[in-house]
Design a protein around this ligand. Structure first.
Ligand code: PFF
Length: 455
């Protein structure tokens, strides 16, 4: 088998692995999705439930992906073949499919962030909301969108083609500190705005009445966001942990990674809400183009908004890049491990395929939704759920043993972890999957059917 003959790459340093995982976790999910989920779900109440789920759902689930990756030292397909039997062997394929679909349109959205960086530097942003929306619609689809999608994908291919140590590890060591510093800088700037006080109380003081009235929508949204933002259910953490050679303390690494991701999402709220409140924009105004419409319009309203906006969108583009490389690595590692193809060839082939699959998303926003909803709400949750069932219920001994390598005896903490996976994690994913399927059905029979009718 070719998979055994090829020497496997490894991270050169502990910090390299941590930065790579933080780079994967911090992405459009933190900077684009998070603030608008908060806005849509009514502010501080959502934030509170989200933080709770990060600890109760996200942390145990991340450790599951880590132990599977480090134990098998394989890509998700190879890993699941090794630890699962019967139909469980095929769960790895769901991760590959999820990665392939998500990156195809994530790259299109990342292309928009490049466009909006250039827009700020060249012409500045439009303050009028209706005009800003019209501008977004014209930039989001069409030839230019396809071109920027190609530029972004080429950058991802270039980094992944070079390899783990000299490609991904080197790139994230530059990108991640830059993202952290710029986000903190922008939050300090936002604190000086006149709408800051009002924004903070909206963002930070939960109203129990709002939580009680809306918990049915807050709970699944917060759970989905917790999973997405930590790059779970995509095979990323399995793949990245498979390049860990030594017996490291995975719980400590996981806690550091989650700490960074949560801090960046939280700080993004401290940037976005003061800007929106100062410009008089309603934070409950959501939609796929949210940061490109309401936030861009708010930048159009601020003194030096063009510069702040360009720095903001530039940072989002970098964050998207450090996430995208992790997702391409999932698929590329499969091709290298199982098919014996060289890394550069695998990166170019896979990247080319993802680019082609992304073209429909860059052609029409409805098609982007078609891919996004399917990958985010169904594939991702399904892959995550099956892995948690397998590890939580039939591989728990192996999992605990692997986690204890590098930590020592965990005592009752080990069973607390396994039971967290067995009950709350699985339950929440089941609910999220059910709601996701219903939502997708509504989309297919509603907006998508309408769109087909218009063609
Ligand atoms: N954790 C990432 C984020 O919050 O954006 C999720 C992700 C999406 C990772 C798409 C990689 C990717 F290509």
């Amino acid at each position: 088998m070719s998979s055994v003959d090829i020497p496997r790459e490894q991270w050169a340093t502990r910090i390299g692995f941590i930065f790579a995982a933080v780079g994967s976790a911090v992405g459009l999910g933190n900077i684009w999705r998070f603030p608008f989920q908060v806005g849509q779900e009514g502010g501080a109440g959502f934030l509170l439930i989200y933080l709770l789920f990060i600890v109760v759902i996200g942390f145990p689930a991340m450790l599951v992906e880590f132990v599977v990756g480090r134990y098998t030292e394989r890509n998700p397909v190879g890993a699941l073949k090794q630890v699962g039997s019967g139909i469980w062997e095929y769960v790895g394929w769901i991760f590959i499919a999820t990665g392939f679909v998500i990156l195809s349109y994530y790259s299109v959205v990342a292309g928009w962030t490049i466009r909006y960086t250039i827009l700020g530097l060249q012409d500045g942003y439009i303050a009028d909301a209706a005009e800003a929306e019209a501008q977004f619609v014209s930039l989001a689809s069409g030839l230019e969108a396809i071109l920027l999608h190609a530029v972004f994908m080429a950058a991802v291919i270039a980094i992944v083609a070079v390899g783990i140590e000299r490609g991904i590890e080197l790139a994230v060591k530059v990108m991640v500190p830059a993202i952290i510093l710029i986000t903190i800088g922008l939050a300090i700037y936002a604190a000086t705005l006149e709408g800051a006080g009002e924004a903070y109380s909206y963002y930070l003081s939960p109203e129990w009445g709002t939580i009680a009235a809306n918990w049915q929508s807050i709970v699944p949204a917060a759970a989905g966001q917790a999973f997405f933002t930590l790059s779970l259910g995509m095979g990323v953490m399995i793949t990245y942990a498979s390049y860990l050679g030594e017996n490291r303390n995975l719980a400590e690494d996981g806690a550091i990674i989650i700490g960074f991701d949560t801090a960046i999402a939280f700080i993004t709220g401290l940037i976005v809400f003061p800007i929106l409140f100062t410009a008089g924009v309603d934070p409950a105004d959501p939609g796929a183009g949210a940061i490109f419409v309401s936030l861009a319009a708010a930048f159009g309203d601020l003194t030096l908004g063009w510069l702040i906006g360009a720095v903001f969108f530039g940072t989002v583009a970098i964050a998207a890049l450090s996430s995208a490389i992790s997702l391409m690595e999932v698929v590329v590692s499969y091709i290298i491990d199982e098919r014996g193809v060289s890394r550069p060839t695998a990166a170019v082939g896979i990247g080319g395929g993802m680019f082609l699959l992304g073209i429909p998303s860059a052609y029409d926003l409805v098609l982007l939704d078609l891919f996004d909803l399917f990958a985010d709400q169904i594939l991702l949750v399904l892959g995550g759920l099956l892995l948690m069932i397998l590890v939580g219920w039939s591989l728990s001994e192996l999992a605990v043993e692997e986690l204890q390598r590098g930590i020592g005896d965990l005592g009752s903490l080990a069973s607390a972890w396994i039971w967290a996976v067995r009950i709350p994690v699985i339950l929440v994913l089941l609910v999220a999957l059910t709601l996701g399927i219903l939502d997708y059905y509504e989309f297919l029979t509603g907006p998508f059917a309408e769109w087909i009718g218009e063609q």
